[in-house]
Design a protein around this ligand. Structure first.
Ligand code: AMP
Length: 502
């Protein structure tokens, strides 16, 4: 059985051995090096690790991460990308949950436990020039990667993506997105966020070069604005939030960035005004809005945003579903709705994951067979009109913050574990573009006497930052005597959402 991704990358290492696959300045590595180093590492993994067990690959935007992913695939292991900026407690949770047999740590692994291949061992292994047998290469329904996302109970859920899932996604990317060969792709999304798959594999499959943009760059406007012109990008893949920031720079234009000709967005709503501004600045570029959850492999709908599309809708469409997939809109009772009616978006097709790792309960809640085909309940409300999908918000309490997916219950859980916090409820405050502008946390705090709210807020933020990703820390804390309850005695999150959005 074949793995076309592995074979195509090998093909590039033969056709264009000197093409750079990941731009790291003078230390950049070529496709030939990618091929040889991943072969050596795969051979080591084959000899030393039990097949088909997951392997954690830990680190930031680095060529070594990509080499490790490919080595896992070649040696029959699913990989779990964990970003280097993840707090230790969360790493521990993912590590324990994942049952990984080994960790390839490109960045320094912060736990005491684990069977670790650290960077110096990595360099030693990858320079050996060995070949794996390719007997166990990941294919068909084998798990290719598992990405951990925020879970309602505070425990991350591992979404398992198989070779067939990824193949379906890659085929669509190569067919429908005006991609050329040997282009320069922005590589900004952390590998632990599935948006990264949208640049990683299309770039490797077309002999392209990934250009890393690290977290520290995105956090500083001068650094960000100063570095983009030097990147000579052709293809831009990001959340709409990042492009919104870039557009603040008047020099972010096609005159100044003449090679940039293809923009792909996913992960959150693309606001109309942002898309309009981008098209004015880059009139000849292809601009795509895409939509999909991690559970259906990155994205499953796309639309090219043109003047016409902008003129015909205030809220942009999510697009047309890819040809091997079907979209179904269901009402509360599971009845199929007609075009134009709003209901839950169900995705049916070969991109749908086989479920959450070791979590049959959550898998059963979200995954099912629809007319015999794998289907996923997105929890998104939407409608279909003229073959185009439109987004109408969430049906539950999952939100997006700069494209990152957060279950509000996940933050509540970690807040209530903190000293003196009796109860907590986090709610989003939206702007006019339906985008979360602020996370507001209502806290019942166990302190009978008057206390300095500023000090306690600082303390809670500090404590919380040890448990959750930095993008999950609320900006505002409101201390209350009790939280409002619904008729069923549950915390009335909807009521609080209405209150902060009045
Ligand atoms: P993730 O699993 O992180 O990719 O998040 C998936 C969720 O992000 C979807 O279920 C939607 O709620 C939201 N989402 C993704 N793409 C878009 C888009 N283009 N417009 C609106 N929401 C989106």
């Amino acid at each position: 059985m074949k793995n076309k991704i592995v074979e195509t990358i090998k093909g590039w290492s033969e056709k264009k051995p000197n093409n750079i696959f990941f731009d790291e300045g003078e230390d950049s590595l070529t496709y030939l090096e990618l091929e040889n180093m991943s072969n050596s590492l795969a051979s080591y993994l084959e000899k030393n690790e039990e097949s088909y067990k997951n392997i954690i690959v830990y680190g930031g935007q680095s060529s070594r991460m990509v080499i490790s992913f490919l080595a896992c695939t070649k040696s029959g292991h699913g990989y779990i990308p964990v970003d280097g900026h993840t707090p230790v407690d969360r790493i521990k949770m993912i590590y324990e949950e994942s049952e990984a047999s080994c960790v390839i740590a490109v960045d320094e692994w912060p736990l005491d436990e684990g069977n670790i291949i650290n960077l110096s061992l990595f360099e030693e292994i990858t320079s050996k020039g060995e070949l794996p047998s390719f007997k166990n290469v990941v294919t068909e329904n084998d798990v290719y990667y598992t990405i951990f996302t925020s879970g309602t109970t505070g425990k991350p859920k591992g979404v398992q993506i198989t070779y067939s899932n990824l193949e379906s996604f890659c085929n669509w990317m190569l067919e429908d997105f005006d991609l050329k060969t040997e282009q320069r792709f922005l590589c900004q999304a952390p590998f632990s966020f599935d948006l990264s798959v949208m640049d990683l594999y299309p770039s490797l499959l077309t002999g392209g070069t990934l250009i890393p943009m690290e977290k520290k760059m995105v956090e500083s406007f001068p650094l960000l604005f100063g570095s983009i012109p030097k990147m000579n990008l052709n293809v831009w893949v990001s959340t709409p939030s990042l492009i919104e920031i870039c557009l603040l720079n008047p020099d972010f234009t096609s005159e100044k960035l003449s090679s940039l000709e293809n923009f792909q967005f996913c992960g959150e709503e693309l606001p109309h005004n942002v898309a309009k501004k981008l098209i004015e600045r880059f009139p000849n570029a292809s601009v795509f809005n895409t939509y999909g959850p991690t559970e259906a492999t990155v994205a499953i709908t796309s639309v090219r945003i043109t003047e016409d599309v902008l003129n015909n809708s205030d809220r942009l469409p999510l697009g047309k579903v890819k040809s091997d997939t079907e979209l179904v809109i269901l009402d509360d009772e599971g009845k199929r709705l007609s075009d134009g009616e709003v209901g839950e978006i169900i995705i049916v097709g070969p991109g749908v994951s086989i479920g959450y790792f070791n979590n049959p309960e959550k898998t059963e809640e979200a995954f099912f067979l629809f007319e015999g085909k794998p289907a996923y309940k997105t929890g998104d409300a939407g409608l279909i009109k003229n073959d185009l999908l439109y987004y109408k918000g969430r049906l539950d309490f999952q939100i997006k913050w700069h494209g990152y997916r957060i279950e509000l219950g996940d933050i509540d859980h970690h807040l209530t574990m903190l000293n003196k916090v009796i109860n907590a409820c986090v709610v989003p405050k939206y702007n006019k573009n339906h985008k979360v502008q602020q996370l507001v946390s209502y806290i019942v705090y166990d302190e009978p006497n008057a206390f300095d709210e500023k000090e306690v807020t600082k303390l809670l933020k500090e404590e919380l930052s040890k448990k959750v990703m930095d993008y999950m820390i609320p900006q505002r804390f409101i201390f209350v005597e009790s939280l409002p309850l619904t008729a069923n005695g549950k915390v009335d999150r909807k009521g609080l959402i209405n209150e902060v959005n009045k």
